[in-house]
Design a protein. Structure first.
Length: 305
């Protein structure tokens, strides 16, 4: 299984590296990447989860147990970060980046690894994971920005940011099609599937491009704090909760995987738009993506144990 994990990670690392090289060498115009990120975020990745949830066979998958573990571990991680801020007293804008670095996760890497490990079942489990924690993570991050950033958002803005999230809408659409038994129409299903498949390589190239434009800073304490929460607190809490509620097998592995992922590259956009420390956020993204090559095999080995 470790060999399979490494085989899955290598293409991810190479695609991220290729994206960074393309950005640094100026092979594509800088204007290309924001459009590619927008396409991935608003069309391709939602299609992946819509198709996964609408068509996957979830018979025998402990959905409720997986949802409970992921949501509870996310809440506990968020509360731990708030308690940590009370002791460390970071600058408010810095803390918003630490918080995003501690609780958000890279959907592209998670979906790719889950698919590499378990095929179509992995895509379905990844979709369940996203349906469980994407809304919650976005809610927590928006609330933290409203409390700690220099800008204070209105309740309407907060609600709009939560319910207009394309990943939430994709997961909700897939769940609705599955629960109602409607499924995807035969003529539409191949198109949605193809769009979803395109999300993984393009998304990883965009991750690399974002890292290629990141600036390395010297803010060691925020970097270490965000990475410790992301790579130790979140996955170990999830692993413990899986044992506590009896969640095992593929569902437990994917649950630990998603809570051990590096933070999302879209965290930078959120930090820039909502008054956070965007340069710090970019550095956290760069550091965590590199460190994850070491920490992910360790945490998944523990889960697979």
């Amino acid at each position: 299984m470790l060999s399979l994990l490494l085989t899955t990670l290598v293409p991810i690392i190479l695609l991220i590296a290729l994206g960074a090289v393309l950005r640094l060498r100026g092979f594509l115009a800088d204007e290309f990447w924001p459009g590619a990120e927008r396409l991935s975020y608003y069309v391709l990745l939602p299609s992946l989860f819509l198709h996964g949830l609408a068509t996957a066979n979830l018979d025998g998958v402990p959905v409720l147990g997986m949802v409970a573990v992921l949501m509870l571990s996310t809440v506990l991680g968020g509360l731990s970060l708030i308690l940590y801020q009370g002791l460390a007293a970071h600058d408010g804008a810095d803390f918003t980046s630490i918080f995003q670095g501690g609780v958000r996760f890279n959907n592209y890497i998670g979906a790719t690894l889950a698919a590499g490990l378990y095929g179509s079942a992995g895509i379905a489990l990844a979709a369940v994971a996203n349906a469980s924690i994407v809304p919650l993570v976005n809610l927590l991050c928006v609330l933290v920005f409203a409390r700690f950033s220099a800008r204070h958002s209105s309740a309407l803005t907060v609600l709009r940011a939560i319910f207009a999230n394309p990943l939430i809408l994709g997961c909700a659409g897939g769940l609705l099609l599955r629960v109602t038994g409607m499924g995807l129409p035969a003529g539409l299903e191949p198109t949605v599937k193809t769009l979803g498949q395109a999300s993984l390589p393009l998304g990883l190239l965009c991750v690399g491009a974002a890292l290629g434009g990141a600036r390395v800073g010297k803010q060691v304490k925020p970097l270490v704090a965000a990475s410790l929460f992301k790579f130790l607190v979140m996955p170990l809490t999830t692993f413990g909760l899986c044992r506590l509620v009896g969640l095992s097998g593929q569902a437990a592995v994917v649950a630990v995987l998603f809570q051990a992922l590096p933070t999302a590259s879209s965290s930078y956009v959120m930090a820039r738009q909502m008054g956070g420390n965007a340069p710090l956020m970019a550095t956290i993204i760069a550091l965590q993506t590199m460190v994850a090559a070491v920490t992910l095999p360790l945490m998944l080995s523990l889960a697979l144990g």
